[in-house]
Design a protein. Structure first.
Length: 463
């Protein structure tokens, strides 16, 4: 760049442009998770339309979509590092819109399932690249609020999908309009992105500038970044392998991926539990509060309100906590260079809150007034969003320009596990019930509580 104040550097953009980008990326990052769960509400209608007799097959389109959200970053993450983030956002979301139209027109479960898998892959750009884009535009000490707004989408999206889906199914008595709604919303978002979304990835912007200089003066090739000098095939091959390599060779990436997978998988299991606990009919011998079809989706707002509370807490205090930690670090070591571990206090808090919410839900579901299990879901939602925000921000801080690959590794792990949770969720609660099914998940979360404390102490050495 032409100095630290170069206006073309995304870090120096005016706040209006930065927040326009954050808003558009957050819209994409919200719509994809909405699409992941909106069809779950229509599972019964899908089973009826396609004459399906088992409980697993109608859940397949939801599980495959989540799997697609996990596979997509393996392709889109490296593409964004080679060809820039903007073109990946625009092209993938355009394909996502078209595929959702195809889903709405599907005439059999096989076609619907395949298109849902492909639409999950295409819709994964927002949830996987957004944290990296925020890192492109905001300095380390400024990322808290932007990351909180962005993370609200991937966490709140599945909740909104259930709420919206419940009312659509109640009024249309079919599942097709669930897909038409997603297609229309994604089409509008894509048009706005074409008009207002700008490129943020600094290495790509610099490579374009360097390529222009190289054309004017071939003797300046030595100053051209690797993205321009090396063959695209070689760079792409290297980038496509990087997420998998990070997952298996970086303890930090592996630990964060495991915990992110667990809390996100639990969120989707919670959405399944809501259908069982608040649905209009009892299933598998489990207790139900017998809410009507159109209002069942409102039960998702328990976790949704908790996510909103978590977003407000992290948005208000995360940057302050980071600054206080940096001041203590400077006083203790004399170094004013921020370290990623300054992000971990909120993750430590979130990992304690999550199992508390699960325990409240476990022992109140079907035993008390319906408000109590929803309170447990609210507590879980707050802790989950704190953890989600901190994990994404921590990975961006740790891996810098390769953050998209690190996040891709985490998201692949997250979505593969979540896909499995979606498919086996009914069976888990059928065999263990609300109490011990939720307690099993709480025990898993408790077992992982030491991770951020270990990273706080040994993170610099592991990096």
């Amino acid at each position: 760049w032409d100095g630290d104040t170069d206006p073309k550097n995304p870090l120096n953009w005016p706040n209006s442009q930065k927040w326009t980008n954050v808003t558009l990326i957050s819209m994409q990052a919200t719509l994809s998770p909405i699409a992941s769960t909106i069809l779950a509400i229509g599972a019964a209608a899908i089973g009826k339309d396609f004459r399906l007799t088992d409980a697993y097959t109608p859940a397949l389109p939801t599980g495959l979509f989540v799997l697609g959200l996990g596979l997509g970053p393996l392709l889109l993450g490296p593409c964004s590092e080679l060809y820039g983030r903007r073109i990946v956002y625009l092209c993938s979301f355009c394909v996502f819109t078209v595929l959702n139209i195809g889903c709405a027109l599907s005439q059999n479960i096989c076609t619907l399932s395949i298109l849902r898998l492909l639409s999950g892959i295409a819709g994964s750009a927002g949830p996987s690249l957004g944290a990296g884009s925020i890192g492109d535009m905001f300095r380390v000490e400024e990322r808290g609020k932007a990351q909180s707004l962005y993370s609200f989408g991937p966490v709140m999206g599945p909740v909104l999908g259930g709420v919206i889906g419940g009312f659509i199914v109640d009024r249309t008595h079919g599942w097709q309009w669930l897909m038409w709604t997603v297609a229309i919303a994604s089409g509008v978002t894509n048009v706005l992105s074409v008009l207002f979304l700008r490129e943020t990835y600094a290495p790509y912007l610099l490579s374009r500038r360097a390529a222009g200089l190289a054309k004017q003066d071939p003797g300046r090739n030595a100053g051209v970044p690797e993205q321009v000098r090396a063959p695209a095939k070689e760079l792409f091959g290297r980038a496509i392998v990087r997420p998998i390599r990070l997952l298996f060779t970086s303890p930090i990436c592996a630990f964060m991926s495991i915990y992110l997978s667990l809390i996100y998988g639990i969120l989707y299991l919670h959405l399944i539990t809501i259908l069982l606990l608040f649905g209009p009919t009892s299933m598998y011998g489990l207790y139900s509060y017998h809410w009507k079809d159109g209002t069942t989706g409102l039960a998702y707002l328990g976790a949704g309100v908790g996510s909103l509370v978590g977003m407000m807490i992290t948005g208000k205090f995360m940057n302050t906590s980071f600054a206080s930690g940096l001041a203590r670090q400077k006083k203790r070591t004399g170094s004013s260079v921020p370290t990623p571990e300054l992000r971990l206090p909120f993750l430590q808090l979130g990992m304690v809150i999550v199992p508390i919410g699960l325990i409240v839900f476990a022992w109140s579901a079907g035993r008390t007034h319906w408000i109590v299990p929803l309170l447990g879901a609210c507590i879980f939602g707050a802790g989950m969003l704190m953890g989600y925000v901190c994990i994404h921000t921590y990975l961006v801080d740790c891996f810098g320009k390769y953050s998209a690959s690190a996040l891709a590794a985490a998201i692949v792990t997250r979505c593969v596990i979540t896909c499995a949770f979606c498919i086996v969720g009914f069976e888990l609660y059928r065999k263990l019930g609300y109490d011990w099914g939720s307690m099993l998940l709480a025990f898993l979360c408790i077992a992982l509580i030491p991770i951020p404390f270990v990273l706080q102490r040994y993170g610099p050495r592991l990096r």
